[in-house]
Design a protein around this ligand. Structure first.
Ligand code: S6P
Ligand code: ZN
Length: 187
């Protein structure tokens, strides 16, 4: 299999091209269970795009030994005081790690341990590199006024467990308190 030639991709600063790129958009209507302020959520348009992801999957999902990559673009905004953010997940194979590299904007990488007892956050700014250890749930929030974009690189057999986060969430949420992104216990 080592003789397969993979295309060289190109990242323009706001778009990935050159290969078979998978594109998805997550709208408020797709994210009903992640935001805490239900009344604020109900007042917002369901078709508003919260984030977009461009991914490159050079090998079939589940292949051991490959690497996937994705660029995530989170738009600025809040639901109530909670910043626009990704759904968040554990990897299906829990010990699979991941690396994020922030390219544009301001944000926070929110992390939670496997038994949900500890949630913490790392600040993202252009050039910041984040190693996400296995067994750690991860989600990102845009705390700035422009788009937050970052690259992600993860093993092709990692898989995604969204169900656990959908049912239990993270133990803390990231909210704007007087202009300062602050982690607080989930109401
Ligand atoms: C994949 C990696 C990212 C996220 C993306 C969207 O392992 O962590 O590419 O998929 O940031 O987040 P989510 O939680 O909706 O997949
Ligand atoms: Zn991941």
């Amino acid at each position: 299999m080592s003789d397969i030639v993979f295309p060289k991709l190109h990242f323009s600063g706001n778009r990935l091209s050159g290969g078979l790129i998978d594109r998805l958009a997550r709208r408020l209507g797709d994210l009903g269970d992640i935001f805490s302020d239900r009344a604020a959520y109900a007042r917002m348009p369901a078709d508003q795009v919260v984030y977009e992801v461009e991914s490159y999957f050079p090998v079939p999902d589940g292949t051991e030994g490959g690497v996937f990559l994705g660029i995530t673009y989170i738009h600025p905004g809040k639901v109530g005081q909670e910043y626009f953010m990704t759904k968040g997940h554990f990897h299906q194979i829990r010990n699979r790690a991941e690396v994020y590299i922030c390219m544009e904007g301001e944000g926070m990488l929110i992390l939670m341990n496997e038994d949900h007892s500890v949630t913490w956050a790392e600040r993202m700014e252009p050039g910041s590199v984040h190693y996400i250890n296995g067994h750690t749930a991860h989600r990102t929030a845009n705390t700035g006024k422009g788009v937050l974009s970052f690259g992600a690189f993860w093993p092709s057999d990692a898989g995604h467990d969204y169900q656990t986060i959908s049912e239990k969430g993270f133990s803390k949420i990231l909210v704007d308190i007087n202009g300062v992104p602050t982690l607080i216990n989930k109401p």
